[in-house]
Design a protein around this ligand. Structure first.
Ligand code: FES
Length: 90
């Protein structure tokens, strides 16, 4: 599912008992990753060109050399916290 945190579009994915957060737009050409699907190995498949990304670390597992930005998450009760860092200050 896609949510907005601050002004960022974030994708959230539950795989097993873990929740992963990642930039909702594909690093290749900006397709909305939440319109894609999850393959049998739990990787995000982009709906446009079918590049695959591991939600745990953002690695482009289909080998095109892109990196999906990921965020740390923490579940507290019924709430999901996403570690948003203002990258303009890095
Ligand atoms: S826009 Fe996602 S693979 Fe091209």
């Amino acid at each position: 599912m896609e949510v907005t945190v601050s002004v960022k579009r974030i994708g959230l994915l539950k795989r097993g008992d873990k929740i992963y957060a990642f930039t909702a737009l594909c690093p290749h050409a900006g397709a909305p990753l939440c319109a894609g699907w999850i393959d049998g190995l739990g990787r995000i498949v982009c709906p446009d060109h079918k590049y695959r990304f591991d939600p745990a670390n953002g690695r482009n597992t289909s080998g095109e050399g892109y990196k999906l930005f990921t965020y740390p998450t923490e579940v507290r009760g019924d709430d999901i916290f996403v570690g948003i860092l203002d990258q303009t200050n890095l």
